[in-house]
Write a protein that binds this ligand. Structure first.
Ligand SMILES: Nc1ncnc2c1ncn2[C@@H]1O[C@H](COP(=O)(O)OP(=O)(O)OP(=O)(O)O)[C@@H](O)[C@H]1O
Ligand SMILES: [Mg+2]
Length: 274
């Protein structure tokens, strides 16, 4: 079977500036993969390449055995930085439905009782149940908590039964219990439905127990492998071109120490795993 994502000698540039280069990776179907690295390292840029929104400046990218753009209908995508104003009156269920109808959403549905409308409504209900959002899906999305909104947005990305799910920082702004709950939910979708999941994260710890693989971008490079083979002092020191320490706490949390901010500045600081 073809890989879900494969990059060979790939490079990405934005606005004429290189972001990363020389990246080789192979993500198998059904894997749960985290994309890690400091701000500006090119994590979202990686998703743009996979979505075919940006062409590689060198090398080759293949997605589900196809050119990225051709594979687009088979991909579910949750973009970075989403928030709803508390005055937003659109219901959660409508936001999920948007993933099905795209541009047609918002129009009145005169054929609401047609077989295709019923099938669509059933599909929307199914994914809302899958993410555990049935209790609040009828409420205005702006009145829901960050964690509740996030579940509905994941449902939106799932409503077309994608083979590949790309989630750009879905745990952002969630408290720790909710980060764990959403990570467990995503892993369940990955395992039960065979969906390949690529999740961009800032802190690997809430998802560490669920992951098959990580891709780590820093210093204009990218490496991939099982989490504990990548989040290691020698691997990260090579990637950042600086001395990095990785400390594992007795509870199994990984703390990365000494990363230069954004890969370019010289002043070191301690930080919990980015
Ligand atoms: N549309 C654009 N035009 C020009 N430069 C861009 C554009 N989008 C991103 N960049 C630059 O490309 C680099 C990588 O950005 P990217 O958004 O991929 O980083 P990231 O790892 O996702 O960071 P963050 O953790 O902040 O989300 C950054 O230096 C950014 O300023
Ligand atoms: Mg980003």
């Amino acid at each position: 079977m073809t890989e879900a994502i494969s990059l060979s000698g790939a490079a990405a540039s934005r606005g004429g500036s290189p972001v990363w280069s020389g990246v080789d990776l192979a993500i198998a179907r059904g894997e749960f993969v985290a994309v890690l690295g400091p701000n500006g390292a090119g994590k979202s840029t990686f998703l743009d390449l996979v979505l075919g929104l940006l062409a590689p400046s060198a090398g080759a990218v293949s997605v589900l055995g196809q050119a990225p753009r051709a594979a687009r209908p088979r991909i579910g995508y949750l973009p970075q930085r989403r928030s709803f104003d508390t005055s937003t009156r659109v219901r959660g269920v409508d936001v999920v439905r948007l993933g099905l109808d795209g541009a047609r959403w918002g129009l009145p549905l005169p054929a609401a009782l047609s077989p295709s409308a019923r099938a669509a409504a059933a599909k929307v209900d199914e994914v809302i149940e899958l993410v555990g959002a049935s209790a609040y899906a009828e409420r205005a999305i702006g009145t829901l908590s960050g964690g509740e909104q996030q579940r509905l947005l994941i449902a939106q990305a799932l409503v077309r039964d994608p083979e590949l799910l790309l989630l750009d920082e879905p745990l952002d702004s969630l408290d720790l219990p909710n980060q764990s709950a959403v990570a467990a939910l995503v892993q369940r979708i990955c395992r039960e439905r065979g969906v390949t999941v690529v999740l961009v994260a800032h802190d690997v710890n809430p998802i560490l127990g669920y992951l098959d693989r990580v891709v780590y971008f820093a210093g204009g490079r990218g490496v991939e492998g099982p989490p504990r083979e990548v989040i290691r002092a020698d691997v990260l020191s090579r990637l950042y071109g600086a001395t990095i320490e990785v400390v594992e706490t007795p509870s199994g949390r990984l703390i990365v120490v000494g990363t230069p901010d954004a890969g370019h500045c010289t002043e070191d600081h301690e930080q919990v795993m980015v």
